[in-house]
Write a protein that binds this ligand. Structure first.
Ligand SMILES: [Zn+2]
Length: 473
């Protein structure tokens, strides 16, 4: 009896509270009857192409194609990794951070000549080396990736274009590679709700200012351009676009639009611009469409497509509007290893694992691995010595060198504990600057032989092009 009475009182109480709530909050009481449309993502930032490069003026690797895409009505946004504060300055005295402030504006002006204004900078620092791991560290990899994933979710690109993540004989700038690594990581992670979930959380109150209310976004395709001198290993790995066709919008050839855009980078182009003023139009065209410039065509390497299409087909082949589901990249398992092994570490070892982790095992890379280095400097060969057995093992390293090279350190016997992976490092002196006149394409081969208990456990090769000038390893 007491229970029933108590229940009645509770019912009366609840009904009173609900009545009060309903009269105070008519919106809640009538929810579902006149629901307001949800705010949509900001369409001003929606893009078809997101270009991710390292430095102001690197966009020049793609601008002739971007001009073509603008003709087709594509929307384009650009992300730079750094502000280029370590570059030269042909236009004035400013250096370092002041130069970076100038180059940010030059990049905005260069792209504005093509009508591209959605441009962001990740805040990385220029890193003068060919080692992508140095660049990633110097860019604060985590913070840069977080910001790039935020920008992918904000701009919702159909396609990402970026430097090919790999190391080659070429300019082979670590920063260029870093932009390609970050863009690939962002391609694979931006669609995952559990990655930086605070970016895709819905703010529940106006004064919860830390949650961003973006939505996860899976781009459909990623294409690369390599920072390599030779493009033969990339033949038929993606589409090629002529730079000589005439733009419908600008009534100029695509190479000319790209060249005019580049000239806005005055700190980088002033001397070049002076030399152009002494050339005829025909000479300028010959230079821009052959040799060192766009070489008659712009080559892309298809990294991944989640929507099908052919490898050498148009970048937008099979791309249709609308979101696609998140696709976790297929992880290629590690190949089985012998009992004892010696492998390349550093950037070379990283890229082997990177291609496996990101579904990119098809991506062309030089075999044996290669690098261009300056005469008179050193080559360091970082190695992993793997001993999965349950007893200590002795591994002996020996190095075969071309004439003029000398071994500095790193050969000899190494004891590796049971079930351990030890790091080793062979250091070599290149021939001095005066001895050899470097010839292009004259590749020097280095061989590292490893053995244990009198038996060979493997041979590693590296090819080196000697140069008068090259970025440090
Ligand atoms: Zn660059």
């Amino acid at each position: 009896m007491a229970g029933i009475l108590k229940g009645s009182w509770m019912n009366l109480f609840l009904r009173s509270v609900l009545f009060l709530l309903a009269s105070l909050l008519p919106g809640i009481a009538r929810a579902g009857q006149d629901a307001k449309p949800l705010p949509q993502p900001d369409d001003r930032y929606k893009t078809d192409i997101l270009l991710v490069v390292a430095h102001p003026d690197d966009e020049g690797a793609a601008t002739p194609y971007l001009a073509r895409a603008l003709d087709q009505g594509k929307r384009i946004a650009v992300v730079f990794g750094t502000r280029g504060s370590s570059g030269g300055n042909e236009a004035g005295a400013e250096q370092a951070a002041a130069l970076g402030a100038i180059r940010e504006i030059e990049a905005r002006r260069a792209l504005a000549t093509m009508g591209i204004t959605n441009i962001w900078f990740l805040g990385g620092k220029d890193t003068a080396s060919q080692n992508v791991l140095q660049s990633l560290a110097n860019w604060d990899h985590g913070a840069s990736l977080e910001q790039l994933i935020r920008l992918v979710r904000l701009t919702r690109p159909e396609v990402i274009l970026t430097f090919l993540p790999g190391t080659f004989i070429g300019e082979d700038h670590g920063d260029h590679q870093a932009s390609g690594v970050l863009a690939t990581e962002a391609f694979d992670l931006a669609g995952d709700d559990t990655v930086f979930p605070e970016q895709v959380a819905v703010p529940t109150k106006r004064l919860e200012p830390f949650l961003e209310n973006l939505r996860a976004w899976q781009p459909k395709k990623i294409y690369y351009f390599p920072d390599a001198d030779k493009e033969d290993i990339f033949k038929d790995q993606g589409p090629v676009y002529s730079v000589k066709d005439i733009s419908n919008l600008a009534k100029k050839p695509y190479w000319r639009i790209a060249l005019d855009s580049f000239l806005e980078h005055q700190t980088q182009s002033k001397n070049f611009k002076d030399s152009l003023s002494k050339m005829t139009d025909a000479q300028i065209e010959k230079m821009a469409t052959g040799g060192d410039f766009w070489n008659g065509g712009l080559h892309f390497v298809r990294g991944k497509s989640l929507v099908g299409g052919s490898v050498t087909g148009d970048i937008f082949e099979s791309v249709s509007p609308g979101a696609i589901p998140f696709a976790r990249p297929e992880f290629a398992p590690e190949p089985p290893r012998p009992d004892l092994s010696v492998e390349l570490a550093g950037p070379w070892g990283f890229y082997v694992a990177f291609r496996r982790a990101h579904g990119l095992t098809h991506l062309a890379h030089p075999e044996p691995p290669e690098i261009a280095l300056q005469l008179g400097t050193t080559l360091a060969i970082p190695l992993w010595l793997r001993n999965p057995t349950s007893s200590a093992q002795v591994i002996t390293l020996a190095v075969d060198l071309p004439p003029g090279w000398t071994l500095q350190s790193g050969a000899g016997k190494f004891s590796v504990s049971p079930k351990q992976i030890a790091a080793a490092r062979v250091e070599l002196n290149l021939p001095p600057m005066s001895d050899v006149a470097p010839k292009k394409d004259d590749l020097q081969e280095i061989t590292v032989r490893s053995e244990s208990n009198g038996k060979s456990i493997g041979t590693l090769k590296l090819r080196v092009e000697l140069r008068k000038r090259a970025l440090p390893q």
